[in-house]
Design a protein. Sequence first.
Length: 115
Amino acid sequence: MNPTSMLVEMKSFIPSSYTFETEIQKIKQELLQGDLDCSAKDETNEQYLYEMQDIIDHLPKLPEIQQQKLTIPEFDEIEVKATDSVEIKKFIRKVNYEFLGFHCNHKVMDKDCDM
């Protein structure tokens, strides 16, 4: 028999919906779920499947990933004390401005905070 005609005949046995990639995905899914049928026609392949299933079963399970609502961090205002040095006061004002989102008149900000 001609090899080309054999391929044509074999193609008629394989459904059009079947693809090698979908079969691989199915095997991967069954392997990860632990319900893969490890029986095979070849004894070597069957042993290989059992070993793969055993390896996968002994891997630690990953926690489920859950989407969480983002939270906006809240910062308390740092108080400026009279005993603080000029440099510390400037630093505290700068931090409060950046973390708390204070918006000041830039002329006043430049004059008061030395920014």
